[in-house]
Design a protein around this ligand. Structure first.
Ligand code: AMP
Ligand code: MG
Length: 401
C-alpha cells in the first residue's frame, strides 16, 4: 500500500498553517470556546467589600466571649443589613446588626453569628455561641485583588471563565476571530434534502455532516455548496470561497475513476499538491493542496470516510488555526467488548461506543459508505496495520470524537 502515514499527512498540513492572529471584541454571551486575545487584570477587589457568608447577626467578637446556650449574651439589635444595602450604623459595644448573606459587614463588627446560634431576636437577640474575630467573615478581595492578573491571553473561555469575566464587570471581551471554513460537496448524483428522490440519485449527507461538525468544533462556515462532477465548476467555487475562507473542505472525486475530478481541480487552481493518499482506511484517497496559502482538504465522498477524516485531519488543523489544544486528537486506552473479524492491511478506524474504559462496535457494517451505524458513536477504534482480527477483551487505542 502506498501513501503516507497518518502522522506524516497531519504534519504536512500543520507545517503549512499558523494560528489565526486577527482579533475581535465580542459579547460574553458569544464567548464559549473562544480564545482570549488579551490578558485580563482585575480593576477592583472581589468581593469589593467584606461581606457576610450567612444569615445571622454582625457582632463584636469581644462582646460574645464565653456565650453559650446555658449562658447566652444579650445584644441590642440596632439595624438590619440585607444584600445590596450597606448599613450606615456602626456596631458598638453591646449591639448587633441583623445581617443577611452577601450583605456588607457593618463598621464595628468583626464577626457574624449564624442565626441558628441565636433566638432570632428582633429587638434584643440572645447569642448562644462565641466567635473569634473574623469568624464567618468574608474579606474584601478574598476571591481576587485589584491589580491581579485573572485570565491569560490564549486561554479558552468556558462557562467558568465567562462567569469570572462577568464578576469583573466586563460585558465584552477580546478574542481571536473564528476560523473561517468553506465546504463543497461534489457529485452528479447528489440531491439536497427536500428535493424529490430521482432514479440514480442520493441525498447529500456530507454537506450536513461536514458543516455541522465544523460548527460544533467552533469554526465558522462562511460558504457551503454543491457542484456537479465538473472540474471547472468546482474550481470556480473554490476560487470564490478562497477569498473568504481560511480552509476549504471538499468531498467526493478524489479516487481514480473517470469522474474523480479533484485532481483536475487542483491543476485548474494551479494549486500546490501537498499529498494524495494516506495509508489508512477509510479515507485512503484523501487529496490535499495549498490554494493561495489556504489548505484545500479533499475528502472521499463516502460518508463514513469523510466523517473519519474530518476527525483525523481537519480537526488537528482547526486546533492549530484556533489555538485550541483541547481539539487536538485525544487517544485513550480501552478494552474491546466486540470482535472485528476483518484483516486490516493498513491502519483501520472503526466506529465505536466508549464508556468507562470499555468500547463496543455497533451492529451493522463499518464500510466507508455506511453512515447510519455510526449514529450515537463517540469514538473511533484504531486497529493497527497488519492486525488479522480484533478479539474481544483486547486492549485498543481509541480516539474520542
Ligand atoms: P466519490 O468519492 O465521489 O467516489 O464517492 C464515493 C461514494 O460516496 C459514492 O457512492 C457517492 O455516491 C457517495 N457520495 C459522494 N458524495 C456524497 C455526499 N455528499 N453525500 C452522500 N454520499 C456521497
Ligand atoms: Mg463521485
Amino acid at each position: 500500500m502506498n501513501g503516507l502515514t497518518l502522522k506524516q499527512a497531519q504534519e504536512l498540513l500543520l507545517e503549512r498553517i499558523e494560528k489565526v492572529k486577527e482579533t475581535e471584541t465580542i459579547s460574553l454571551w458569544e464567548g464559549v470556546d473562544r480564545i482570549l486575545a488579551e490578558d485580563i487584570t482585575a480593576e477592583h477587589d472581589q468581593p469589593p467589600f467584606p461581606r457576610s457568608p450567612l444569615d445571622g447577626y454582625a457582632v463584636r467578637s469581644a462582646d460574645i466571649k464565653g456565650a453559650s446556650k446555658e449562658c447566652p449574651v444579650r445584644l441590642l439589635v440596632i439595624d438590619e443589613a440585607d444584600a445590596g444595602h450597606t448599613s450606615k450604623i456602626q456596631v458598638e459595644k453591646g449591639t448587633a446588626i441583623r445581617i443577611m448573606t452577601g450583605a456588607p459587614i457593618p463598621e464595628g463588627a468583626d464577626c457574624v453569628v449564624g442565626q441558628e446560634d441565636t433566638d432570632y431576636g428582633e429587638d434584643i437577640v440572645e447569642i448562644y455561641t462565641k466567635a473569634g474575630a473574623y469568624e464567618n467573615y468574608c474579606f474584601a478581595g478574598e476571591d481576587y485583588k485589584a491589580g491581579a492578573k485573572i485570565l491569560e491571553k490564549d486561554m479558552r473561555l468556558g462557562a467558568v471563565e465567562l462567569g469570572v469575566l462577568a464578576s469583573l464587570g466586563l460585558s465584552e471581551v477580546q478574542v481571536f476571530r473564528k476560523v473561517r471554513t468553506a465546504v463543497l460537496t461534489t457529485g452528479d448524483e447528489l440531491l439536497l434534502p427536500g428535493e424529490e428522490l430521482k432514479p440514480g440519485k442520493i441525498y447529500d449527507s456530507n454537506l450536513y455532516t461536514m458543516v455541522t461538525r465544523l460548527t460544533s468544533l467552533g469554526a465558522e462556515v462562511v460558504q457551503k455548496g454543491r457542484t456537479e462532477d465538473s472540474p471547472e465548476e468546482a474550481a470556480a467555487w473554490i476560487r470564490n470561497a478562497g477569498k473568504e475562507a481560511d480552509i476549504i473542505i471538499t468531498t467526493g472525486g478524489v479516487s481514480v475513476g473517470k469522474k474523480d475530478i479533484m485532481h483536475d481541480v487542483l491543476k485548474l487552481l494551479e494549486c500546490e499538491r501537498i499529498f494524495w493518499k494516506i495509508a489508512i482506511k477509510p479515507g485512503m484517497p484523501t487529496l490535499c493542496g495549498l490554494y493561495e496559502g489556504k489548505l484545500l482538504i479533499c475528502l472521499s465522498g463516502n460518508p463514513f470516510g469523510a466523517a473519519v477524516n474530518m476527525e483525523l485531519l481537519v480537526r488537528p488543523v482547526l486546533a492549530k488555526l484556533m489555538g485550541r489544544k483541547d481539539l487536538e486528537i485525544k487517544k485513550v486506552r480501552a478494552v474491546s467488548e466486540s470482535r472485528f473479524p476483518k484483516r486490516s492491511f493498513v491502519t483501520r478506524y472503526v466506529r465505536g461506543f466508549y464508556e468507562c474504559g470499555k468500547v463496543r462496535i455497533p451492529e451493522g457494517s463499518n464500510d466507508s459508505g455506511i453512515l447510519s451505524s455510526m449514529c450515537g458513536c463517540n469514538c473511533l477504534i484504531e486497529i493497527p496495520a497488519g492486525t488479522a482480527e480484533l478479539h474481544k477483551g483486547e486492549s485498543v487505542w481509541i480516539i474520542l470524537i
